[in-house]
Design a protein around this ligand. Structure first.
Ligand SMILES: [Zn+2]
Length: 347
């Protein structure tokens, strides 16, 4: 089938790619015709760097893991879905019998197979076979484009869950990329009274400010901790969500944090980053880390359907499948003001 293939670092092609072995429908699987696939920072990073950390692209790999589509065939034992159902899919398939999965921590199962993470292929292709248990039926009022945002949104919802947001908390999100913005939306939906978002891109901050009770801070011009402390009567924010993965972000993470506050590290790091344990200690800060998400897709779908969260403003551009290579070139250029770009497959 025709797929968007990362041949090697900086070389993409839209070509016929044989993946029959992956396409056998098991009794608990569904076959899904892909509709919309979002471009993730990790896809772009594989394209521009050929890998991230322990995951290196050693053979041609299909990109894409933020997806929605329509069920076109069901396995013999599937009862939760039927042909014609619209779905979004959780891209990581854990080993159901692993110790981590049995503990409920299936996202950190070392054996998890995750789309577009070498050597597992992604879904920028016409169809995919996926476990029914990791495919979630969409209500009529959630579009395919919104549904393809569930994957990144799940990261924000998982982070807000880990932070144990309480009604009226004030939070800071460092970084206004797609993950920063879905984290801000999740923090507001979880009950935060106000969320500060920091970045150096005015266009992204302008968008952030329109998403709810969100106050932008441009750290190219403003000193972050000083702004936050001034706005909170010297107390600081109860929660800091670090979504930049940048060493400077990590370095300053405790300065705007209130006594007894929580910090959640979300952004992935290109190089090891460090934080000041002494500053964490005097605040008795609780530090959490998230890796992807677990158990949150149904919550995300429910919030999109009820209107508790609106991700539509984050989708800034949509390309046809035939324009996929160009879409990635634009994504790799870090075009100003672009948040989430998506690719629509032919139906
Ligand atoms: Zn993603």
């Amino acid at each position: 089938m025709k797929a968007l293939v990362l041949e090697e670092k900086m070389k993409l092609s839209l070509r016929d790619f044989p993946i029959e072995r992956d396409e056998v429908l098991g009794p608990r699987d569904v076959r899904i015709k892909l509709h919309t696939v979002g471009i993730c920072g990790s896809d772009v990073h594989y394209y521009t760097h050929g890998g991230t950390g322990v995951f290196q692209v050693k053979a041609p790999m299909i990109l894409g893991h933020e997806a929605s589509g329509t069920v076109i065939e069901i396995g013999a034992e599937v009862t939760s879905l039927k042909v014609g159902d619209r779905v979004c899919m959780e891209p990581g398939i854990p080993d159901p019998n692993s110790r981590a999965t049995r503990l409920g921590l299936y996202n950190i199962d070392p054996a998890v197979r995750f789309w577009a993470t070498p050597p597992i292929h992604g879904v920028l292709r016409p169809s995919v076979v996926h476990p029914a248990d990791f495919s979630y039926k969409l209500p009529d009022n959630v579009s395919f484009a919104e549904a393809a945002m569930v994957e990144p949104l799940a990261v924000g919802v998982h982070a807000a869950t880990k932070a144990q947001v309480r009604p009226g908390d004030i939070a800071l999100v460092i970084g206004a990329g797609p993950i920063g913005l879905v984290t801000a939306l999740s923090a507001v939906a979880a009950g935060c009274a106000r969320v500060f978002v920091s970045d150096i891109d005015d266009a992204k901050l302008e968008l952030a400010a329109k998403l709810g009770p969100i106050s932008p801070v441009n750290v190219a011009r403003q000193e972050l901790a000083r702004e936050i402390l001034a706005a909170t009567g010297g107390w600081g924010v109860e929660i800091v969500f670090e979504c930049s993965g940048h060493p400077a972000g990590a370095q300053g993470v405790f300065d705007p944090l209130s006594p007894g506050g929580r910090v959640v590290f979300i952004g992935s790091q290109v190089h090891p980053i460090h934080y000041d344990v002494g500053k964490a200690m005097v605040r008795e800060a609780r530090v959490e880390h998230v890796f992807r998400y677990a158990h949150v897709f149904p919550r995300c779908v429910a919030m999109l359907s009820s209107g508790a969260i609106d991700v539509k403003p984050l989708i800034t551009r949509t390309f046809d499948f035939d324009e996929s290579v160009r879409a990635f070139e634009i994504a790799a250029s870090a075009a100003k003001g672009e948040v989430k770009m998506q690719i629509a497959l032919p139906q």
